[in-house]
Each structure stands twice: as C-alpha cells, then as structure tokens.
Design a protein. Structure first.
Length: 141
C-alpha cells in the first residue's frame, strides 16, 4: 500500500512539474548597449563590436594612433588589445589587470613598465577608454 501511494505521489509530482515547465525556445534579444554603436551590422555582424571599436579608435584617436603606427611594439599591443576587445580595465589598479592585457603585453614584447613603447601605447589606450571618444563602443564602463 505504501509503495502504491509513493508511486502515485511521484507520478503526480512528475506530471505537475512536467506540465508547468515551458521548454519551448524563445527569441533572444540582446540588451541595448549604451553609447555610440555604429549600426545593427556593428552589433550583430561577426566581429562587429571589435570592428566598431577599431574604427572608432582610428577615427577618434587618430593623432595618437598615427604616432603609434611608427613603433612596432605599440602597433602589436594596440592591435592585440582591440582584437581581443580588451580595453575595459582600470590602469590605476595594477593588482587586478585582466589576462588579455598581460597576454597582449607579452605578445607585443612590452615586458616592463619602463619599456619605451608604453610612451606611444598609453595615449592610444587612454583616448580609446574615454567616454566621449570610444569608451562606449569599446566596452569601457
């Protein structure tokens, strides 16, 4: 008798839970982004956010970016950071740097804080992080 009651309760519970769970697929709509995303293509296209960030940095930080282009380490570092969409970090908090920043530094050959390439890299990154230039496009909060 107890086994029959347990089976009945289990079947009832399964039916109730199964009947209440809606497993049908839903359409996903990403949350709206703050700032100056350029277009739907920039948001949804493959690599669109990276392309929008790169375009913004080249256009809005052109003086700093042009100077960076004359130095191989700077070009490698800035391109790596933009390619990995890695501009959302606080440079004043050196104890909590993101892995992508460390990886890009290593890949570009910038191995110390006194590397001369930082003189050309820092202005590009600072400009890219500003809310009035590329911060919203490059995911800087």
């Amino acid at each position: 008798m107890k086994l029959a009651a347990l089976c009945t309760i289990s079947l009832f519970c399964w039916t109730v839970v199964h009947g209440c769970v809606d497993t049908s697929p839903i359409d996903y709509h990403p949350p709206p982004m703050d700032g100056g995303i350029l277009s739907d293509a920039a948001i949804f296209g493959e690599g669109g956010l990276i392309a929008a960030c790169r375009g913004c940095v080249i256009a809005s930080c052109s003086d700093q970016y042009t100077e960076c282009l004359e130095h191989e380490k700077c070009v490698k570092a800035v391109n790596c950071l933009m390619d990995s969409y890695c501009l959302n970090y606080d440079v004043s908090n050196l104890a909590n740097l993101p892995a992508c920043l460390v990886q890009c530094s290593l890949e570009s050959g910038i191995l110390s804080a006194d590397d001369p390439a930082i003189e050309y890299t820092a202005p590009v990154l600072t400009c890219a992080q500003l809310p009035e230039t590329c911060g919203p496009v490059c995911n800087v909060r």
